[in-house]
Design a protein around this ligand. Structure first.
Ligand code: HEM
Ligand code: HEM
Length: 223
């Protein structure tokens, strides 16, 4: 094990703390912010630019968190721990989350290049009822799934630290509580966004435009 880098934390633990910070930024800040922008501000011309910038940062964070975790694990002299006697759910789940998120980003780019004719929908949930490419529906639903996995990555990561940190420390209670509070607030905000759409959709018919591509073409807001 390389030399100690700080009070109480050796090389392994220091890398894992940096890993946890990037994981938390991706799972609790950039990914949810991008999704909430897509939920609440789809009628603004800037929504797509905000969504894509935030999600590019999310992808960058997942690259960093992945490299930091594998270097930390390798520093113990065991290589990676995705298979073999030392594998455990956080390692496997973590690897899956990273791959599934990158695939989701590819779906998002592909969805952006699909064409959907303008149409008018009556009633609730125009996002669901709009005639648009299945890729767009796939990206949205699969994106919710990936966001759920990101939260699971944080929860299992906290448990993992409590089991394997060289320092023998536990994740402070305050950090765990903060995680659950942010999680609850973000879920509540997202679900409220769907209720708002149902409420607005029930009151009037909606022109469904071409989503992410509208703003670029004719400056009309996209939904
Ligand atoms: C979405 C969030 C996260 C993802 C995708 C993720 C991913 C990973 C991956 C892929 C590994 C295994 C590396 C390998 O076997 O080579 C790992 C290990 C680990 N992660 Fe995470 N992680 C996340 C969040 C967290 C958080 C928040 C913490 C701590 C609070 C954490 C603590 C750890 C620990 C302690 C290890 C094991 C180190 C060891 O066995 O030596 N992770 N993580
Ligand atoms: C960086 C590449 C990405 C691009 C280009 C992109 C593009 C898009 C587009 C075009 C839509 C609108 C789909 C529609 O017409 O309904 C959308 C919505 C959405 N995206 Fe992405 N996206 C990206 C990354 C991600 C990632 C990584 C996630 C998940 C972690 C994600 C989650 C979502 C969700 C959940 C929605 C639907 C939100 C809602 O309406 O409630 N996106 N994205």
């Amino acid at each position: 094990m390389p030399a100690s880098t700080g009070p109480g934390y050796d090389y392994h633990d220091t890398l894992i703390i940096a890993h946890a910070v990037f994981a938390s930024l991706a799972a609790l800040i950039t990914a949810p912010a991008a999704i909430l922008v897509a939920r609440y501000f789809r009628s603004r011309t800037w929504w797509f630019k905000a969504h894509i910038i935030l999600q590019i940062v999310t992808v960058a964070f997942t690259i960093l968190l992945f490299v930091l975790s594998t270097v930390a694990v390798a520093s113990g002299g065991h290589g990676t721990q995705f298979v073999g006697p030392k594998k455990d759910p956080h390692h496997d789940l973590g690897l899956s989350i990273v791959i599934l998120l990158w695939v989701e980003a590819i779906f998002g780019v592909a969805a952006h290049y699909t064409h959907t004719a303008h149409s008018v929908t009556e009633g609730t949930f125009p996002t669901i009822k709009a005639k648009k490419s299945p890729l767009r529906h796939l990206h949205a639903w699969y994106g919710i799934f990936v966001a759920g996995l990101l939260y699971a990555g944080i929860k299992t990561g906290i448990d993992e630290w409590n089991m394997v940190a060289d320092s023998g420390t536990l994740v402070p209670r305050g950090i765990e509580i903060t995680f659950w509070v942010i999680f609850a607030l973000e879920i509540a905000a997202y679900v409220s966004g769907w209720f708002l759409e149902a409420f607005r959709g029930g009151r009037k018919s909606n022109i469904i435009r071409e989503h992410s591509t509208d703003a670029e073409k004719d400056e009309t807001p996209s939904i």
